[in-house]
Design a protein around this ligand. Structure first.
Ligand SMILES: *[C@@H]1O[C@H](CO)[C@@H](O)[C@H](O)[C@H]1NC(C)=O
Ligand SMILES: CC(=O)N[C@H]1CO[C@H](CO)[C@@H](O)[C@@H]1O
Length: 475
């Protein structure tokens, strides 16, 4: 495995410091009969050295909020008393690196979201002991954890669970653990979903050592922190890169500043990284579709060069539990990069509006601010950060045609007005922009929906121009 930029001594320091904050954190009261993930402290860790202590929790619709320990022994004769039903598919949740040895607080939420969506067995892999403190040591553990999980899967397989009925959901480093389980079963596992699969020490790794499309019959991944904790390369059949896969809306811009100022608030540093998990949980609730558009790069996507899902026969892949993410072509393409824009809060869904602009040749460069508004402002309390702020488009002297994909919280049919402002108030800027046409349409295109267009407008410097659309949404 290629050892990359991460410095172990830095992580030890981080671990030592954060363990001071660990005591009492993330502890919630619980009934004695319910099992929970382990937690460990720095002291315990030092006394025990690296002990994996992998254990499993089981949740089903019968006990959605009260996990049971799921022992190997309970598999000896019959599974029924445990509540595990071999006729149902099984979701396996694998958490990732735990810097401070605390139990991941999101596990129950994810298990619940999975159970609400489908009547399944949810098995939670608890490897908090092996996953805590020094990242480089944890990375040494992950294959051993995968090996232990494979023993459990083998036993369940003997009891009648088909390999294709298993769906692993791995978060961060957990995605690579799931990937290695997949490798051990020669890709016969049904599905692996990687939620921002870990990047440090994995990006340059051989596909044998990291999650890749050969690890399961279908592998999907969501990328939200590709420039830091996450991996930047596609690792599945489909790879959703949210907002380009690096910086998420509503998360701190400057990593350096966020570490210095908010370091004790661990979650803040991980905002981008954990966004994949939160978006996935939201997608499971099915309140709105998170649809990815295939494109070779984020830049091309933003420039409106990729506007449909022709490669998939027209149906765009969605985040969530649909088989093969909704792809019906066969064979499913590999390492397909998909792009989508999201809002900063649940349910995160954003519409993609394609703006097409044609101007008369300019003598000087210019800047045009485009704002789309929705009539019923009152109903829009979710993800309105793109509302009203406008999108700045740089206009150059050498081109007259512009395309851009903009996020918008509401569908095209609800857009009630478009506003253009010539914001080039500084020197050497075009005084008046003659817009031959400006059109907005939705990406991917909806059937029977014509673009909204306005032709022949002069937009003077400083003064705003706006136009109201009269339209209704067909249900
Ligand atoms: C197991 O699942 C199957 C299929 O969903 C169902 O028909 C059966 O009743 C379940 N068995 C038990 C004991 O719940
Ligand atoms: C840090 C922390 O959460 N410690 C808890 C770990 O779990 C034991 C019992 O399982 C608790 O007693 C600790 O308080």
């Amino acid at each position: 495995m290629a050892h990359q930029t991460l410095r172990p001594e830095l992580l030890w320091l981080l671990a030592a410091f954060t363990s001071l904050l660990a005591a009492g954190a993330e502890e919630t009261p619980r009934g004695d009969e319910c099992a929970d993930l382990s937690n460990t402290t720095w002291q315990e860790y030092r006394q025990q050295r690296v002990r994996l202590q992998v254990q499993y929790l089981l949740l089903t619709r019968r006990n959605m909020d009260c996990a049971q320990m799921f022992h190997h022994q309970s598999l000896a004769d019959t599974l029924q008393p445990s509540g595990f039903n071999v006729s149902r598919p099984t979701k396996v949740i694998v958490h990732g690196y735990r810097a401070i040895g605390s139990r991941p607080s999101w596990v129950k939420q994810l298990a619940r979201a999975l159970l609400m969506a489908e009547d399944v067995n949810v098995v939670v892999v608890d490897w908090v002991y092996g996953a805590s403190f020094a990242y480089n040591l944890v990375v040494e553990n992950y294959k051993e954890v995968a090996l232990q999980i494979s023993v459990l899967i083998n036993q369940l397989n003997k009891h009648g669970c088909k390999l294709e009925s298993f769906h692993f959901v791995g978060v961060s480093l957990g995605a690579h653990v799931a990937g290695f389980v997949g490798t051990l079963f020669q890709g016969k596992i049904g599905r692996i979903t990687g939620l921002d699969p870990a990047g440090p020490m994995f990006k340059g790794a051989d596909t044998y050592d990291r999650l890749d499309a050969s690890d399961a019959q279908f592998v999907d991944a969501i990328h939200t922190d590709a420039d830091y904790f996450g991996i930047s390369i596609p690792v599945g059949h489909v790879d959703f890169f949210l907002n380009g896969g690096k910086d998420q809306t509503g998360c701190a811009r400057s990593r350096f500043a966020s570490i210095l100022v908010y370091f004790p608030v661990y979650g803040y540093v991980l905002c981008d990284h954990m966004r994949a998990l939160h978006v996935y949980m939201s997608a499971l609730s099915g309140s709105c579709a998170l649809t990815g558009i295939p494109c070779s790069s984020y830049e091309d996507f933003l420039k409106g060069r990729c506007v449909d899902c022709g490669v998939f026969g027209g149906a765009c892949p969605t985040i969530g539990l649909r088989p093969n993410s909704g792809i019906r072509v066969s064979p499913v393409p590999k390492e397909q990069k998909l792009f989508l824009l999201t809002t900063s809060s649940p349910p995160f869904c954003s519409r993609h509006i394609l703006l097409q602009l044609e101007v008369s040749a300019l003598e000087k460069s210019a800047e045009l601010e485009v704002t789309l508004t929705t009539e019923n402002q009152g109903t829009e309390n979710q993800g309105t950060e793109n509302q009203g702020t406008g999108h700045r488009l740089r206009l150059h002297t050498d081109t007259t045609l512009y395309r851009a994909v903009l996020p918008h919280p509401r569908p095209l049919c609800e857009i009630s007005s478009i506003r253009l402002q010539n914001t080039g108030a500084r020197f050497y800027r075009q005084a008046e922009i003659h817009v031959k046409s400006v059109c907005v349409s939705e990406v991917p295109p909806l059937r029977r929906e014509e673009p909204l267009c306005v032709n022949n407008i002069n937009v003077r410097r400083g003064a705003a121009w706006s136009h109201d659309f009269v339209q209704v949404c067909l249900s």
